[in-house]
Design a protein around this ligand. Structure first.
Ligand SMILES: *Cc1c(COP(=O)(O)O)cnc(C)c1O
Length: 374
């Protein structure tokens, strides 16, 4: 038995006709960039997401830095986030020219700890980038309160959190913009690179629309800009998939429940925490070994046993090799939780096309390891 980590082809096979029809529609339209399919998909995103605007861009990283740039945040400015996230969260801020300030994550959710943010705020601080890590929304009400008090912008990094929310808020309601990624391994994934920015702010919308396309929204007229657009073929793929996102999230949640039930009572492992009052979308099901020195052993044991487990992310961003401008960061306070997370995390397979039997096999292997190590 094997438990794979991804189900890209399984998903395609399930809704092949819907995807193929949209791809054919784009091919026959003769319009492949900034064409009618992108416009249609942006409209569908607005309807689904509930923000006033949705702008398709080249990828999730661009969505973050284009948002920063549209907010006039750049060189000389500081942006606060946490170091146990995918590299791109900080990378995007560096591309925009900002200095990245890392604070610790919460002990349980592994999202940014709002209680650690205020100590990191200086006169140079301009924005907070909370990440909805693993599919768990960050504590947006607390973050919004701090941002309001200190007049800071908030960009939600939603690359892992599409379809998530809190009982008292939706994504985009308590921030200035929400950036997402559509690369295939994300919960809503296309067949290449893609991303989007959501916002209720007309000015950010107008600016990002210009920035993504050579500073131009009118033929022959340009201002400062770049090239970062979600192409129509990808928009077509995503339009077909968007119709299934709620149902797919529900399956992820069910599989996560199966894991949590099956792994109840483990002694050498901590199970992921889903915060009450939130819809955790389980982009990843991340366990942690209580002893960080045993993480690689668990990982190797699972992989050798046919469970394609991975790590997200075993090296915290400030420990990466970096590159000249990437060294522009500051750590404020202890980041012990983030370092523990990086040192001990193991992601078990979870995706909507995974079968209950495959999850059971994965559970069986984890239990075997736990018995030997507790
Ligand atoms: C995937 C991801 C990104 C970057 O998205 P790309 O589309 O690969 O540029 C940013 N932040 C987080 C948390 C991610 O998981």
């Amino acid at each position: 038995m094997q438990t794979p980590f991804y189900g890209h082809v399984r998903q395609y096979e399930k809704i092949k006709k819907e995807i193929d029809d949209n791809i054919n529609e784009v091919l026959m339209s003769g319009q492949y960039v900034l064409g009618p399919m992108l416009k249609r998909f942006e409209g569908e995103l607005v309807k689904y997401f509930g923000t006033k605007h949705a702008i398709g861009v080249g990828n999730g990283t661009d969505a973050i830095w284009l948002a920063l740039m549209a907010m006039d945040i750049g060189p000389g400015d500081e942006v606060i986030t946490h170091p146990n996230t995918f590299f791109a969260t900080a990378e995007a801020a560096w591309i925009a020219g900002c200095k990245v300030v890392f604070v610790d994550c919460d002990e349980k959710t592994r999202c940014i700890d709002p209680a650690k943010i205020e100590a990191a705020i200086t006169p140079k601080t301009k924005a907070i980038i909370p990440v909805h890590l693993y599919g768990q929304c960050a504590d947006m009400p607390a973050i919004a309160k701090i941002a309001k008090k200190h007049n800071l912008k908030v960009i939600e990094d939603n690359a892992q959190g599409i379809d998530g929310r809190g009982d008292t808020f939706k994504q985009g309601e308590l921030s200035d913009a929400v950036a997402t990624s559509f690369i295939i391994q994300k919960n809503l994934g296309c067949f290449g690179d893609g991303g989007a920015l959501f916002t209720n702010d007309d000015k950010i919308n107008e600016r990002v629309r210009k920035l993504r396309s050579h500073g131009s929204v009118k033929r022959d007229h340009h201002s400062y800009g770049f090239n970062s657009r979600l192409d129509d073929l990808q928009a077509g793929v995503l339009s077909a998939k968007l119709k299934h996102i709620t149902e797919w999230t529900d399956v992820r949640v069910k599989l996560a429940e199966q894991y949590t039930k099956g792994l109840k009572g483990v002694k050498a492992i901590t199970l992921p925490y889903a915060k009450p009052g939130y819809r955790h979308v389980f982009h990843l099901y991340v366990v942690e070994t209580k002893d960080a020195n045993k993480r690689n052993d668990l990982l190797d044991f699972l992989v050798a046993g046919g469970v394609d487990a991975k790590t997200h992310y075993s090296i915290a961003i400030h420990k990466q090799e970096g590159f000249p401008w990437g060294k522009e960061y500051k750590i404020v306070g202890s980041i012990a939780n983030a370092e523990k997370n990086a040192a001990s995390c193991v992601s078990l397979p979870v995706f909507p096309e995974l079968t209950a039997e495959e999850v059971d096999y994965s559970i069986k292997k984890v239990l075997e390891w736990d018995r030997k190590n507790s």
